[in-house]
Design a protein around this ligand. Structure first.
Ligand code: AKG
Length: 285
């Protein structure tokens, strides 16, 4: 729930300039150590459940403990995951970038075990921009931002061989880019090194990739996609009526609630309580 602790977390001019230039922003210490540990235990519980069942619901195949575990639509799994939707140290920067007509259109967690060195395919990087067909069907140049992703790191990725998120700084305004065919990182790419509890906000257009985990430290991260309310959800976003009923109005906005469909495009006040809250706090006009 948003509280009065706002000013220290607002997007500064320097952060805004850095995000516009590089296409990403590192937010050190976004979570306390206790919060990161609690969330890590939640991620472990979800991961272990599927490991024990022996079935990966995303790939719809047998669970493979050597492969990254990608689990979308995680909000219904635990209230602590819902609580991050408007987590002040990061969320104030998200609306600072995108404005107030936003919601969370996608969540996923990733658990990346040490890679299977016997399998050369696990050593490859896969650089991409987010949003699939959007990158083919939007005709402007550079294509519009539309959304950002936040990742909260729960494991220690402070060394560059721990499955780090690789990015090509500044590449968010490049519609096309070629990458080495052997799956290696180009020299312009850089691993983002983070402590548990750090967050990274990145522009969906930024060319980025997961990387092989060459270490013994299992990598764990929680990803939240925020986009405009007229953008469709990218996963099932299974938000039940009961889940919504327990949330405050701003959370409900962020979980995709609204008065009617037209309000995604031309919102009334009741569609966007975030806007009213920001006006009351004199953070926007
Ligand atoms: O696992 C990672 O570091 C990258 C995740 C990713 O590519 C994505 O969320 O689009």
């Amino acid at each position: 729930m948003l509280n009065d602790d706002v000013t220290p977390h607002l997007l500064t001019d320097a952060e805004s300039a850095s995000f516009e230039k590089d296409g990403f922003l590192h937010v050190p210490g976004a979570l306390t150590s206790d919060a990161a540990r609690h969330l890590e235990a939640t991620v472990d519980r979800i991961h272990d459940t599927h490991k024990k069942r022996g079935f990966d619901p995303y790939t719809e195949r047998a669970f493979n403990p050597h492969r990254p575990f990608f689990f979308p639509d995680f909000l219904p799994q635990d209230e602590s995951l819902v609580n991050l939707l408007d987590h002040g140290p990061v969320f104030h920067k998200v609306w600072g970038i995108l404005g107030w007509n936003i919601y969370c259109y996608h969540t996923h967690l990733i658990v990346t075990p040490p890679r299977d060195r016997e399998d050369p395919r696990t050593g490859r990087l896969n650089f991409h921009q987010d949003s699939g067909r959007v990158n083919r069907e939007m005709e402007s140049h550079p294509r519009p931002r539309l959304s950002v992703k936040v990742v909260y790191w729960l494991s220690d990725c402070s060394q560059p061989d721990r499955g780090n998120l690789f990015v090509v700084p500044g590449s968010h305004i490049e519609d096309q880019r070629s990458f080495p065919e052997d799956g290696s990182a180009p020299s312009e790419a850089t691993p983002i090194c983070c402590q548990p509890g750090d967050a990274v906000i990145f522009d969906r257009r930024l060319w980025h990739s997961a990387s092989p985990n060459e270490s013994d430290v299992v990598r764990k991260g929680l990803f939240y996609g925020y986009g405009y309310r007229w953008l469709r959800p990218k996963d099932n976003m299974s938000i039940s009526v009961d889940m919504l009923a327990n949330q405050d109005p701003i959370r409900r906005q962020l979980m995709g609630d609204g008065y009617n469909a037209n309000g995604h495009f031309s919102p009334r006040d009741e569609d966007v309580p975030l806007r009213l809250w920001l006006m009351e706090k004199e953070l926007i006009k």
